[in-house]
Design a protein around this ligand. Structure first.
Ligand SMILES: NC(=O)c1ccc[n+]([C@@H]2O[C@H](COP(=O)([O-])OP(=O)(O)OC[C@H]3O[C@@H](n4cnc5c(N)ncnc54)[C@H](OP(=O)(O)O)[C@@H]3O)[C@@H](O)[C@H]2O)c1
Length: 282
């Protein structure tokens, strides 16, 4: 099968490229999914398109929702439209931020979405357009992605930023009232390839096993890095981020088994990232 990965310069795109060495990857500089005609040309001749392109600037989306919608909703629709024309299968990615974070049990595919912020709404609208244009698409919702590549818009993945700040001697204060399934993008990439092989369609949740708070994740990242740094738990209100985020950001699935536990994924990430990261500056 001929695979095309859009948003190939991001965390998940990089790891899909690693697990699908014959795939063609297009970075944002090579293909903007907001440009409908370019997407149509790019998709021609491929059997499967993995749309990893997204605007993940959650806080910036509150001030400028149009920018997030242009990529996450219209862009997603463009990819689905082009896949329909080309006869390609589409795997599109979405997020736990489509849910409102109420309650304490993980959200499954059977739960009704209700995004709290502009980013979540843009991703939800992207899901809607994908399913409208190409109902046989596979939409994989995940949570708390981190990869060795790191997210450019956020200045690295969350554990990467935590370790670098701890090494720089910064005081670490991390929220302990929002939970997630921290999911290593290499694990997600392998899981997605398996879903494609097995012909899954529709909305499906695929995340690491276990669920934790950002504070627990930070503590584990610091421990893996062998740093004796205290991480102070704080509330979301004390952090004061512009965008509302789900307190309960945990996903579960009625359709697929979870990936390996987040602590195992994080350990694998640490091994990979610490081997290839730039030298420390102090
Ligand atoms: N990160 C998370 O915690 C998380 C959690 C759940 C679900 N997801 C979803 O999982 C998917 C992959 O996320 P990720 O963490 O790999 O994100 P990422 O690292 O931010 O990668 C997204 C990529 O898309 C590119 N991009 C932005 N606008 C584009 C456009 N108009 N056309 C083409 N490419 C564009 C970005 O380029 P630039 O860097 O140049 O902007 C970036 O390389 C996304 O659908 C995301 O919504 C992410």
């Amino acid at each position: 099968m001929r695979f095309l990965v859009t948003g190939a310069g991001g965390q998940l795109g990089t790891d899909l490229g690693a697990v699908l060495p014959d795939a063609v990857g297009m970075t944002r500089a090579q293909l903007s999914i907001a440009d409908r005609e370019s997407v149509r040309e790019a998709v021609e001749g491929f059997d499967v398109v993995l749309n990893c392109a997204a605007d993940n600037a959650v806080d910036a989306a509150e001030a400028n929702p149009e920018a997030a919608f242009a990529v996450n909703a219209e862009g997603a629709g463009n990819v689905a439209w082009a896949c329909g024309l080309a006869g390609a299968r589409l795997v599109h990615f979405s997020t736990n931020f489509v849910f409102d974070g109420s309650g304490s049990r993980p959200f499954t595919e059977a739960d009704l979405p209700g995004a709290l912020g502009a980013y979540g709404r843009s991703k939800l609208e992207g899901e809607r357009r994908v399913l409208e244009m190409l109902p046989e698409s596979l939409i994989v919702r995940s949570s708390g992605l981190f990869g060795a590549q790191g997210s450019a818009v956020k200045g690295g993945s969350f554990p990467q930023r935590i370790v670098m700040r701890a090494e720089a001697g910064e005081k670490l204060r991390v929220i302990d009232d929002q939970s997630l399934n921290p999911t290593y993008t290499r694990d997600l990439a392998l899981g997605v390839v398996d879903l494609i092989d097995r012909g899954y369609t529709g909305v499906l949740h695929l995340v690491a096993g276990g669920c934790c708070t950002y504070w627990e994740l930070a503590v584990e990242a610091v421990r893996l890095a062998g740093l004796a740094v205290e991480v102070e738990p704080i509330s979301s209100a004390a952090l004061g981020a512009p965008a509302p985020r789900p307190a309960n950001g945990c996903l579960g699935s009625g359709r697929a088994q979870p990936l390996r536990h987040w602590r195992e994924g994080l350990a694998a990430w640490w091994t990979e990232w610490s081997a290839r990261r730039p030298l420390r500056t102090r």
